[in-house]
Design a protein around this ligand. Structure first.
Ligand code: OOG
Ligand code: NI
Length: 268
């Protein structure tokens, strides 16, 4: 288990940018480095299967060991996912959003493929220091990837990319250049990035104390058993938080918005 939060996020970032080169350009675009202002990350997100070797709880244990505590839980009926979020006592550390697929609710063929993958994992792999940026622990055929993709884009993404940050999230509140998500979206579009428009470019609003947007995922080559293929990898998200009536910034997530953010790894 990691003890140093900063080293952990540096390693996680390194793995993420490897398959998400847009992230560098987005940092250049939004950070005000001439004035010494860097990007603050609102949160990072992970995806997993709800099987004993890979459960949300086992991923979360890494964060609990780093001082994080569970703060909220979310249910995604249509996508058959459960999620929880975790916060660190130091508010400048990114929040963590972990979701898991309810494997038992998938069709028999899909369940069989997922079990075939997870059976290839070392039984204690999830406890390794580097597990959360260790990628794929199995070999996957293109045919199996495509079967998963037909039923659950989430399952296909996870089968292809394994365990790693699915996205980092710029905290718009901490930017120097602007503190408005609409401005950020315009800057991104002017620079040629494609935004996720599922449920509208902006998901959420001041009414739910959180507004979010995201790019559509980059594409990167993934190795299947006999060939490589260019598929959606990871994306970048942007979050603007609003004050609640008690004067504190909302720190949770919004299920209706998250439901659409998941679609940032869709092909179309
Ligand atoms: C997570 C999607 C939800 C958010 O901020 O609401 C999310 C995912 O795509 O794995 O990140
Ligand atoms: Ni997110």
């Amino acid at each position: 288990m990691h003890s140093n939060v900063d080293t952990f996020f540096e390693n996680l970032w390194e793995d993420y940018v490897n398959i998400t080169p847009s992230a560098y350009k987005i940092h250049e675009l939004l950070a005000d480095s001439e004035n010494g202002s860097d990007i603050v990350n609102d949160h990072v997100a992970f995806r997993t299967f709800n099987l004993p070797k890979t459960s949300l709880d086992k991923l979360a244990a890494h964060f609990v060991a780093m001082g994080y505590t569970e703060q909220g839980s979310y249910d995604f009926e249509a996508k058959k996912l459960d999620a929880r979020h975790f916060e660190h006592p130091d508010e400048t550390k990114p929040k963590v959003f972990i979701s898991e697929l309810r494997v038992e609710q998938m069709s028999q063929p899909v369940q069989q493929i997922i079990h075939k993958l997870v059976d290839q994992m070392d039984s204690n792999a999830v406890e390794n220091d580097n597990f959360l940026y260790s990628g794929q622990h199995w070999s996957l055929t293109k045919a199996d990837y495509e079967t998963l993709l037909e039923e659950s884009e989430y399952a296909a993404w996870l089968a292809a990319w394994g365990f790693r940050a699915n996205h980092f999230t710029v905290s718009v509140n901490f930017l120097n250049k602007t503190k408005e998500l609409t401005d950020v979206n315009q800057m991104l579009k002017d620079a040629g990035f494609t935004l996720n428009t599922a449920g509208g470019e902006i998901k959420g609003s001041p009414d739910v104390f959180l507004a979010q947007s995201s790019t559509m995922a980059d594409h990167a080559y993934v190795k299947f058993e006999t060939e490589s293929k260019l598929i959606p990898s990871c994306f970048y998200e942007f979050a603007q938080r609003y004050k609640m009536p008690d004067g504190k910034y909302y720190q949770g997530f919004v299920a209706a918005s998250a439901d659409k953010i998941f679609e940032s790894t869709n092909s179309k």
